[in-house]
Design a protein around this ligand. Structure first.
Ligand SMILES: [Zn+2]
Length: 433
């Protein structure tokens, strides 16, 4: 083997299927003493140390004791301009946007500010073990340039787009249907498909776009291959009533997006807290996905996401932190809250389903499961090392754990950024605690 091959020895775990379809036991692969072999930034293979080590003569093997290697986390909904306003007190969605969000996003007209925040944001993602995210920028095209420049410098797989917003927001933060089309197009030409970057057409949500702007968004999606569409849907009851009054000719919220041809296999709708069965059916038949953002839904008092309903209809679901309405960059802490959201509805969220949501499920929802989300050979070597001794409590509690399921659940309940010992993107170390 040549010098671009590297190997990592620890316990290794990854999802291979949705537990809702195959059951927990068939949904993962686990190697108690495993080796991950990386060749030129890609996964070559994984297996038991006793089988693989003899084949790795001359290869540099990094060993982590009492640690678990998993694929990097995939955050399917987050806003990078809101990094500096996480934990803003006292409001529900619509007042929260006016009071905190819009004034904060105004600052991203300044490219230097955008670059600073993009770097802080990416560092925070990597500290928390998130290697891919679907990201809202601000309405300013320079905010997207800043984000993609910083992502490219670290060779990360990231998806982002310029917010399209031409009504019901302050003048300093609105574009027009035409300028949003032109600016998005320029950014698509500059960034989509470059290195590991993808572009998402990003109308903020139906209330802040005119029918003309939503038409422009649909036109962009029709003009390029493999573009994403990223927006919000049915988060808050006042929001849903507002959409109804703005688009009285449409039956429901999802019908608005459907009317403008914004539903496809690469469409991601954040929240979907208050969906009817018909809407779930339509999301499933168009291959569209929903981001479950539990910390945000609790923080803004929006409601409880019905994961069982989504599973019944076969809707693709990813897990989002939704910072800055979400209260943590940590996908482990987001899973902790996701478990509680299901408990309040008398549903059980198993640790293997949680692992799936944070890795392979997100990749499948984003149609990137042939690149990320598992250790299938040929995938990007985006992975993390979780430390069983990260805190005294975690260490002590894990000593009592009888099996993998219990260990995993403890990690997801009391683990956070401190548990992430090292993060790798395309085989390169991009964060070391
Ligand atoms: Zn959001």
């Amino acid at each position: 083997m040549t010098s671009h091959v590297k190997a990592y020895r620890a316990a290794i775990l990854h999802s291979i299927a949705d537990p809702a379809l195959v059951g927990d036991a068939q949904s993962y692969e686990y190697f108690e003493d495993g080796v991950l072999v990386v060749d030129n930034g890609q996964v070559a293979k994984i297996g038991h140390a006793k089988d693989l080590l003899p084949t790795l003569k001359g290869v540099d093997v990094t060993e982590y004791r009492d640690a678990l290697i998993t694929p990097g986390f995939i955050d399917t909904h987050i806003h990078y301009p809101q990094t500096g306003m996480i934990a803003a007190y006292g409001e529900q969605l619509l007042d929260w946007l006016n009071t905190y969000t819009f004034p904060t996003e105004k600052q991203f007209a300044d490219p230097a500010h955008a670059a600073d925040v993009a770097n802080i944001f990416l560092k925070e993602l990597l500290r928390n073990g998130t290697t891919t995210a679907l990201v809202f920028a601000s309405v300013h095209k320079q905010s997207v340039d800043a984000f993609f420049e910083a992502s490219q410098a670290l060779n990360l797989r990231m998806i982002a787009g310029k917010v399209m917003m031409d009504r019901n927001a302050p003048d300093y933060l609105t574009d027009t249907a035409q300028s949003s089309y032109d600016d998005s197009k320029e950014l698509i030409e500059r960034w989509h498909g470059k290195a590991r970057l993808h572009y998402a057409v990003t109308p903020r949500f139906a209330p802040t776009s005119t029918p003309e702007q939503l038409t422009a968004a649909g036109k962009l999606l029709a003009e390029y291959d493999d573009l994403y569409m990223h927006t919000h849907l049915s988060e808050n009851l006042d929001e849903i009533a507002w959409v109804k009054s703005l688009f009285p000719e449409q039956k429901g919220y999802l019908d608005v997006y459907d009317h403008f041809q914004l539903l496809s296999e690469r469409s991601m709708f954040a929240h979907g807290v208050h969906l009817c069965d018909e809407e779930c059916q339509r999301l499933a038949e168009t291959g569209s996905a929903v981001s479950h953002c539990p910390t945000s839904n609790l923080f803004l008092g929006s409601g409880l996401f019905n994961l069982k309903q989504a599973e019944q209809f076969g809707v693709n679901v990813g897990l989002g932190t939704d910072v800055g309405a979400g209260t943590s960059f940590s996908m482990l802490q987001t899973l902790n809250e996701a478990y509680k959201v299901q408990q309040l509805q008398r549903n059980k969220l198993s640790p293997f389903k949680s692992l799936y949501l944070a890795t392979l499920g997100g990749a499948q929802a984003l149609r990137l499961d042939d690149r990320i989300g598992s250790f299938a050979s040929g995938n990007d070597a985006d992975f993390i090392v979780l430390d069983y001794h990260a805190t005294p409590l975690l260490s002590y509690r894990l000593q009592q754990a009888k099996n993998l399921e219990e260990k995993l659940f403890v990690l997801m309940t009391i683990g956070d950024d401190r548990a992430v010992q090292e993060t790798f993107a395309a085989g390169q170390s991009v964060h070391k605690r």
